[in-house]
Design a protein around this ligand. Sequence first.
Ligand code: C2E
Ligand code: CA
Ligand code: CA
Ligand code: CA
Length: 278
Amino acid sequence: AKDHQSGVALATGGPDDDSGRQRLTTLEELRAGLDRGELTLHYQPQMLIAEGVVAGVEALVRWNHPSRGLVYPDGFLPLAEHAGLMGRLTTQVLEMALAQCRAWNDDGLALTVAVNLSASNLQDCDLPGYVADALLRHGVPAHSLHLEVTEEILIRDAARTTEILAELRRMGIRLAVDDYGTGYSSLAYLQALPVDDLKLDRAFVTHCDTDPRSAAIVKSTVELAHNLGMRMIAEGVESEAGLDRLRQWDCDLAQGYHVSRPQAPQQLTTWLRQQASD
Ligand code: C2E
Ligand code: CA
Ligand code: CA
Ligand code: CA
């Protein structure tokens, strides 16, 4: 079962006036939500498979809506992107993620934190400078920050995207290709772009223990990643059997409900301490 609840509806058809009003209202709510700091982050562990140790977490944004409750990303990210709010949203996410990373590190929990970037973030030439400043302000070393970018974004505007990513990477930040295998898959960007990790989409991972075609794709992608000097991260790991296969195939990291669902920071801190003492 998906841990999603339906979020804010985007205007999709219906009588013209109503859909227009709906979008406007929702956009106002989202702006207000950003102003009031209603965004919050849940964190999902990323486990080093060979060691069985949690090396880091991925930050996943939620909107703590005053009346609708917790709204999941697919309920507001498309609107944020459409309305040109992704710059502000990403800034807030990065600030929260770096503050939390620092708090965990001060607490003796050495974790990397992965943050998702959107298409418009990679059109913004100020991004690397902002990230450098944020790392300094929070006292987080660059190697503790990972940034995830979908392959669709990587293909979109190769020149500017490459420049921004190269700058982030020169700072020592690790870059991952997210949802690998689902975009307009192209090997050209793997040849050209500086990335560190391949994050294979869960569509290929979740049933890799029972579906031979998924298994073939996972095995081949681990080899591809390793031959390119990259690490392979499997997302959507939902079973022990799947995790066993990934271990056999030499996959580096696992993320998914079988390891842990995304959790609020306090909850996750408790969970991490339990793991460490087991
Ligand atoms: P994603 O980056 O591919 O993140 C993984 C999504 O899969 C998360 O959904 C997570 O809760 C879900 N998931 C994790 N493990 C499993 C599993 O074992 N099985 C299944 N079926 N699902 C699993 P979530 O949190 O709803 O996020 C959805 C998408 O929203 C993310 O996909 C990402 O593309 C985007 N997103 C989330 N937070 C941010 C953010 O701060 N900035 C940007 N730009 N995008 C974000
Ligand atoms: Ca991601
Ligand atoms: Ca993903
Ligand atoms: Ca995804």
